[in-house]
Design a protein around this ligand. Structure first.
Ligand SMILES: [Zn+2]
Ligand SMILES: [Zn+2]
Length: 387
């Protein structure tokens, strides 16, 4: 397999024995990003034609694409039902939203089609898993890397919790819709991809220090995808079709690779822990917080600075992302690159650098900084740099 040439669609159904000792398989039937993608649905759905197809959308995504899917399936002889969430603000993936879908979906349903991005995907995935009905996600924005994931982060009893679920049957995306996504969503996707730079550094670090399981092939797959996005950062800001397509493919690939290795190491490290800390803090205070990937982008800048500080005390034998390079990429793509502009207060920021490592028990540069006895001082210095 030539990793540089590989197309995202080629990975579906792929299974191979890897040098890392694992057999990686991708249990998604089809991944397709392009134009007029709804025309592919009748073919994909042919084996399910005896049963009903159920479309899940919200008022926005139904308007931009769901209705088109609905009409084209009716015209091609499918029996179709639909649930459109009425959303004034953000749709929350909670008991109410999930319960509503459970009662709306008929027992004669053979396939769910989710039209949307983060929340619609998370709700449909948990329903798919629990009701045993496969689902297709038609992604409407290049905003996060959860399309190919197997878990659903939900808000249950007021708290965010991640639940095991299933891969989608297929992942589709129509470029006409994806490239017209709001800027904050495009920046969120780009930030989530840049975050892989420090996530991979943390994985390498833990391999070095803890001899943790590591897969070179997966790392290379992710790196090839990140580099395509970085090389096209300005094109992403300008919504050039090819550049946005690279971003969408990288986001899907990131989820595929997590599934391949069986954990989120290839996609999430201490930059995500910072982002989660800020998100939890905002949730607790009842204030708005930016879309996930926007915080991850800023977290990547902060963690790359932390690596610079750690490097003075500890020898690191792999290439690290330079902080200025990360900032430049975020600037090129027209996205936020500092915690203050992101809306994080100084003391919250300082505390986050010290405590983000407690978000989950995973070895990262923040733990190394703690072990070296430089974490608190680094947190002070970083806070002074930005505020
Ligand atoms: Zn992420
Ligand atoms: Zn491997």
């Amino acid at each position: 397999m030539n990793l540089k040439e590989i197309k995202i669609g080629d990975l579906t159904g792929y299974s191979f024995e890897c040098g890392c000792g694992k057999t990686h398989s991708v249990d998604i039937k089809k991944i397709s990003i392009g134009n007029g993608i709804y025309k592919e649905l009748p073919g994909i759905l042919e084996p399910f034609k005896q049963k009903k197809v159920f479309i899940v959308a919200d008022t926005h995504t139904y308007g931009i694409y769901g209705e088109k899917v609905y009409n084209s399936l009716l015209e091609t002889g499918f029996s179709v039902a639909v649930h459109v969430y009425e959303t004034k603000g953000h749709l929350i993936p909670n008991e109410e939203a999930i319960g509503r879908l459970v009662v709306e979906i008929g027992s004669d349903t053979g396939m769910l089609i989710a039209v949307g991005s983060g929340t619609i995907n998370d709700i449909s995935r948990i329903i798919s898993s629990r009701m045993g009905i496969p689902y297709i996600i038609i992604g409407t924005a290049p905003s996060m890397d959860g399309y190919a994931s197997t878990v659903s982060p939900l808000i249950i009893n007021g708290f965010k919790k991640t639940y095991e679920a299933v891969y989608p049957y297929a992942i589709l995306g129509d470029m006409e819709i994806i490239k017209a996504a709001p800027k904050e969503m495009i920046c969120a996707g780009f930030g989530d991809i840049l975050g892989k730079l420090t996530a991979l550094s943390d994985w390498r670090l833990s391999r070095k220090i803890n001899n943790e399981y590591y897969c070179e092939t997966s790392v290379e797959l992710v790196e090839v995808a990140i580099n395509k996005c970085i090389d096209n950062a300005r094109g992403i800001a300008a919504r050039e079709e090819q550049a946005i397509a690279y971003l969408m493919e990288a986001l899907i690939l990131s989820g595929v690779v997590m599934g391949m290795v069986g954990n989120s190491r290839p996609a999430s490290g201490s930059e995500h822990h910072l982002s989660h800390y800020w998100e939890i803090d905002a949730l607790a205070k009842g204030i708005e917080h930016p879309l996930h990937g926007n915080s991850v982008g800023v977290g990547t800048v902060i963690i790359s600075r932390m690596y610079e500080k750690v490097k003075e005390k500890y020898s690191i034998d792999f290439t690290l992302p330079a902080p200025d390079f990360v900032v430049e990429q975020l600037k090129n793509a027209g996205c936020i690159y500092d915690p203050k502009t992101l809306g994080i207060e100084k003391e919250v920021f300082r505390q986050s650098v010290i405590h983000a490592k407690e978000i989950r028990p995973r070895y990262t540069v923040l733990q190394l900084a703690q072990d070296l006895g430089i974490l608190e001082q680094a947190a002070d210095e970083l806070a002074e740099l930005y505020y």
